[in-house]
Ligand binder design. Structure first.
Ligand SMILES: [Zn+2]
Length: 98
């Protein structure tokens, strides 16, 4: 179940910083990470956010993972491309928090 505050952020990210593939965000029980981003064989991006996080941490995690979703073709974990996209996604979150 994705909470409303994440749904709103997802909508803003899709509108202002669109990924080049369809993206689905799920909130699921996780023990070893706050979030993951993966690409399915059918070309769909799935972002998983750990269930039970406080709102600000869930939002920060989604921004982090959105940075990965923006450059899955050139995966280098937390390199320059990820950092640039993560910063752009973070700005969108900051606009919502203002
Ligand atoms: Zn990461």
């Amino acid at each position: 179940m994705v909470p409303d505050y994440l749904t709103g952020l997802i909508d803003d990210l899709k509108a202002e910083l669109p990924t080049n593939r369809p993206v689905v965000v799920k909130v699921v029980p996780m023990t070893r990470a706050y979030g993951t981003t993966s690409l399915s064989a059918r070309g769909r991006i799935t972002i998983c956010i750990a269930a039970g996080l406080p709102q600000d941490q869930a939002e920060d995690t989604l921004v982090h993972e959105w940075g990965h979703a923006m450059h899955l073709d050139e995966w280098e974990d937390h390199g320059d491309a990820w950092g640039m996209y993560q910063a752009q996604a973070y700005r969108i979150l900051e606009q919502r928090r203002d």
